[in-house]
Design a protein around this ligand. Structure first.
Ligand code: SF4
Length: 281
């Protein structure tokens, strides 16, 4: 299946189903992917298939290219609804992420003050005080929490380093509501052996399961997943939740979209907690 590697440091504008007219800011190299997760549904492909040879863009280059693009959009009278940090991997892993956020807010205020600054992140760097504080300064701090089941995280999100979901939930709580939780729901199966080469740190129990069989059910729409996830959402008290499903081609075969009915039912359970929630199909 074909996956996409975005230009760096600026791409788009593109029309996002969740965000509107979005100008993308990609803090990863232009020729590959760098992420602290290796999600089996990632539209950029598996990490091992896109090792970059170039460096990340510098703080100065990001500011320069962003300003040039905003000047062009002002001249064309086509302003963005949102400046979105996304692209080929985890934006908050850039060593100058906090300073780049400050540059971006300054340029937004100068050229398109009605636009939001949005970060799409997998939340793995939220323990870093500078990252936490920078995310508090953006308009939409959208952080991933696909499940609270550690084995499912190892199977589907595949952290490349240490990942403690309890610690992540505590980090999300520390935003005191200035956080939007994004959660991928899907169905289908995944054949582990086809892509475990650079896989995650695993528990002994999970390793044993992988030895015994290779194809796993990745459906997280059932109560065993949704119930505990809802408990975490209740604990985090985000300003909003976004539930969504696969929209583009994925590097793993066998993954299926969650149905409209499943997403709507999950959305309604979040709303019943008093937390706004949207579902994107
Ligand atoms: S966190 Fe995002 S960029 Fe990273 S592997 Fe997962 S989907 Fe891809």
């Amino acid at each position: 299946m074909s996956t996409v590697i975005y230009p760096s440091p600026i791409f788009g504008p593109i029309h996002s189903r969740r965000l509107g007219i979005s100008l993308g800011i990609n803090l990863q190299p232009a020729d590959g992917k760098v992420c602290s997760f290796d999600c089996i549904y990632c539209e950029c492909g598996f990490n091992s298939d896109h090792r970059p040879t170039l460096s990340r863009p510098s703080r100065q280059l990001v500011a320069q290219k962003l300003e040039e693009q905003l000047q062009k959009m002002v001249a064309d009278k086509q302003l963005p609804d949102v400046l979105t940090f996304a692209g080929n991997g985890e934006p908050t892993s850039h060593p100058h992420f906090a300073e780049i956020i400050d540059d971006t807010i300054r340029l937004r205020d100068q050229y398109c003050p009605d636009a939001k600054v949005c970060v799409l992140s997998n939340a793995t760097m939220t323990h870093r005080p500078q990252v936490h504080d920078a995310l508090m300064r953006v308009d939409d701090n959208i952080l991933k929490l696909d499940t609270v089941n550690p084995d499912y995280i190892r199977l589907v999100d595949r952290p490349v380093g240490h990942y403690d979901v309890r610690q992540i939930i505590d980090n999300l709580k520390a935003f005191h509501g200035h956080v939007i939780i994004q959660t991928m729901f899907m169905r289908g199966t995944f054949n582990v052996q086809c892509s475990m080469v650079n896989g995650p740190t695993s528990s002994a129990r999970f390793d044993l399961q992988v030895k015994e069989r290779s194809t796993f059910n990745v459906d997280n729409t059932g109560e065993a997943f949704v119930g505990p996830w809802l408990e975490a959402v209740k604990e985090i008290q985000p300003q909003q939740v976004m539930v969504y499903t696969i929209d583009r081609e994925t590097p793993a075969h066998g993954l299926l979209k969650a149905t409209h009915e499943q997403l709507d039912a999950i959305r309604d359970r979040v709303i019943a907690l008093g937390i706004p929630c949207t579902a994107s199909y």
